[in-house]
Design a protein around this ligand. Structure first.
Ligand SMILES: Nc1ncnc2c1ncn2[C@@H]1O[C@H](COP(=O)(O)OP(=O)(O)O)[C@@H](O)[C@H]1O
Ligand SMILES: [Mg+2]
Length: 288
């Protein structure tokens, strides 16, 4: 499912003394089946943007085309449920939204809310819990008896159980340990590859953006600053650093080699293997 934003503006508390312009002139197209990373400073509008992708927020100007639906500023919309089912959002710290007495009931809540029978919802819950790498016996437990990492996985399972076409992830691994982070990021990537789920990830990790995404969007002060492939985005690391953003460690190392030793590179290296190859080439060329 393709999502297109056209001239989107969003003002919080519009027409009040507390009005705040959080997004403006946002033009963006997210292809069906793509993996898009959104990066940018805190306050640059990333979470506000994400909430437009399933019509939780409606633009105060412009329009958003989500599959065959158009959400237009100033127009009343009906039947947003089908959009909410197709575009699943994993919010920051999603475990804060767990509420039911058992994990199973919590996960079944979403699908049942969209009209799935209890029996079918239980099947979906079982599948979802396996997907996030938890054992089935956890279904009978109270979500509040789990560890933080388990709670996060249960909350993610609740979104997966709705079988969305598009998965929107707002810093899904914030606060997890490195191993948990990698497991969860690999799980999302696997879902993206095997089921063709379009994935939109907000992250502060440039390594994750470089590793998983086909496209990176840089948000800056409420608008899209730049969009491109990881190669394109990280080909100008100085610009990113000047914006106060980070770059992958491998790119930082290349900058250092260039500055200290005069080694020139043809392209940014987004992983260690690539870096080793490019250093080897540069040494053989002898251009230092
Ligand atoms: N509920 C709200 N009411 C008023 N302003 C808000 C609200 N939520 C966010 N903002 C403001 O909108 C801007 C964008 O916020 P946000 O989308 O959360 O950015 P990010 O996710 O990139 O950190 C910030 O200036 C933030 O303070
Ligand atoms: Mg945010």
């Amino acid at each position: 499912m393709r999502i297109t934003l056209e001239d989107v503006e969003y003002r919080y508390q519009a027409n009040t003394p507390f009005e705040h312009l959080a997004l403006y002139d946002v033009n963006l197209s997210i292809d069906s089946g793509s993996y898009t990373a959104i990066i940018g400073h805190t306050g640059s509008g990333k979470s506000t943007l994400l909430q437009h992708l399933n019509a939780l927020l409606k633009p105060t100007k412009g329009r958003i085309i989500i599959g065959d639906r158009t959400i237009e500023a100033g127009r009343k919309e009906k039947q947003l449920r089908s959009i909410r089912q197709k575009v699943g959002i994993v919010f920051q710290f999603p475990e804060h939204q767990l509420f039911d007495e058992t994990v199973e009931k919590d996960i079944c809540f979403g699908p049942m809310n969209f009209g799935v029978s209890e029996a079918d919802a239980k099947v979906l819950a079982r599948k979802a819990i396996q997907h996030v790498g938890l054992a089935e016996d956890i279904l009978e437990k109270s979500p509040f008896d789990l560890s933080g990492g388990q709670m996060r996985r249960v909350a993610i399972a609740g979104v997966l159980a709705m079988e969305p076409d598009v998965l929107v992830l707002d810093e899904p691994t914030a606060g997890l340990d490195p191993r948990g982070r990698k497991e969860i990021m690999d799980m999302f990537y696997d879902l993206h590859k095997k089921r063709g789920i379009s994935t939109i990830l907000v992250t502060h990790s440039m390594e994750d953006a470089a590793k998983y995404a086909d496209e990176i969007v840089i948000m800056h002060q409420g608008s899209v600053f730049k969009k491109g492939s990881p190669q394109e985005i990280f080909s100008d690391p100085v610009q990113l650093l000047e914006l106060g953003l980070d770059v992958p460690d491998t790119v930082r190392f290349q900058l250092k080699l260039q500055k200290e030793l005069g080694i020139r590179f043809d392209k940014p290296c987004l992983n260690i293997d690539d870096l080793a190859i490019e250093i080897d080439k540069a040494m053989k060329r002898g251009n230092r």
